[in-house]
Design a protein around this ligand. Structure first.
Ligand code: SAM
Ligand code: DTB
Ligand code: SF4
Length: 328
């Protein structure tokens, strides 16, 4: 069978048509593409740590960390480097190959960035891939992170350009694209995706994936989150998205971006094992693993291991170039 081409010229209509395929046809197509590029039974495993929690000045309607929402979350200053390294070591021992450090910032301040670069160096020295998500970055900040050895930068577009203003008013969709361009142009790997279940329409989900697929390079990692509803955020109480619609979103992401990791990201704790299995069949090949996401509970790690065993899935090995430097 001919390999699915890597395209950057998808039209919204084409993407919407994929969403309307009969479920079995869509999954067959996604799984076919998946097998052309990936080991279908290996899943990349990342762990997350919130290195600075709460009191974020942005007003993202989904987020428990915004200072504008009363979610009862305890704010925590930027963590100490040693604490972060200890958490990364535990994540590695549990089987993670990538460690993602998240901070509730609009953008990092210089003093904070200096500490984060030290965290990156130390985590990388453990033999883990590093990822950070720190908000908007200017060129100098991107360069500083690159020089520290950062592998991935996570910066989500979250939804369609049209729906964006209904979710966030303190920055624009274009602001997000601008940071993504700086990160990409500096040669860092991009981790960029969005959230399903915020009250958006299918057209918004299609437009979000179309934007990602038409970037000059596909993000190397595409996290698809299901909204984790947190009491006190404006989106708490929304109707849960249809489970098959979530699986469809994963399948369309896989077809549009064949070479990217597609991460079954937040929201697994609320999904059945059968739904997760369908997501893997649809081409998801990355997860967050471990007790917590940033501030909310993740799916239970023991149950994850059991699910992997039942499905014959394995944790993907660390990339060959990622070797511990032995200093810590
Ligand atoms: N402050 C930085 C930023 O916004 O880029 C980094 C951290 S922020 C928490 C990272 C991403 O987490 C958001 O872009 C969003 O996609 C996701 N996220 C946050 N809260 C969520 C929730 N309740 N459910 C699902 N995803 C969520
Ligand atoms: C992503 O796309 N999802 C992660 C990570 N990137 C940073 C964050 C999910 C956060 C879920 C809500 C919380 O735990 O605070
Ligand atoms: Fe702040 Fe990021 Fe949460 Fe938005 S998603 S409120 S920028 S931590």
């Amino acid at each position: 069978m001919q390999q699915q081409a890597i395209r950057h010229d998808w039209t919204l209509e084409e993407v919407e048509q994929l969403f309307t395929l009969p479920f079995n046809d869509l999954l067959f197509r996604a799984q076919t593409v998946h097998r052309q590029y990936w080991n279908p039974n290996a899943v990349q495993v990342s762990s997350l740590l919130s290195i600075k929690t709460g009191a974020c000045p942005e007003d993202c309607a989904y987020c428990p960390q915004s200072v504008r929402h009363d979610t009862g979350l305890k704010r925590e200053p930027l963590m100490e480097v040693e604490q972060v390294v200890a958490a990364a070591r535990r994540a590695k021992e549990a089987g993670a190959t990538r460690f993602c450090m998240g901070a509730a910032w609009r953008s990092p301040k210089d003093r904070d960035l200096a500490k984060v670069t030290e965290m990156i160096r130390r985590v990388k020295a453990l033999g883990l891939e590093t990822c950070a998500t720190l908000g908007m970055l200017d060129e100098w900040q991107v360069q500083t992170l690159k020089e520290a050895g950062l592998d991935y930068y996570n910066h989500n577009i979250d939804t369609s350009e049209e729906f964006y203003g209904r979710i966030i008013t303190t920055r624009t969709f274009q602001d997000r694209l601008d940071t993504l361009a700086r990160v990409r142009e500096a040669g860092l790997k991009v981790c960029c995706g969005g959230i399903v279940g915020m009250g958006e329409q299918r057209r918004d989900r299609a437009a979000m994936l179309c934007t990602l697929a038409n970037l000059p390079e596909h993000p190397q990692s595409v996290p698809i989150n299901q909204l984790v509803q947190v009491e006190g955020t404006p989106l708490a109480g929304r109707e849960r998205p249809d489970s098959f619609e979530f699986v469809r979103t994963i399948a369309v992401a896989r077809i549009l971006m064949p070479r990217s990791y597609v991460r079954l990201s937040a929201g697994r704790a609320e999904m059945s094992e059968e739904q997760q299995a369908l997501c893997f069949l649809a081409g998801a090949n990355s997860i967050f693993y471990g007790e917590k996401l940033l501030t909310t509970d993740n799916a239970d790690a023991d149950r994850d291991r059991c699910l992997f065993q039942r499905l014959g899935l394995s944790f993907e090995e660390a990339p060959a170039e990622q070797t511990a430097q032995g200093c810590c």
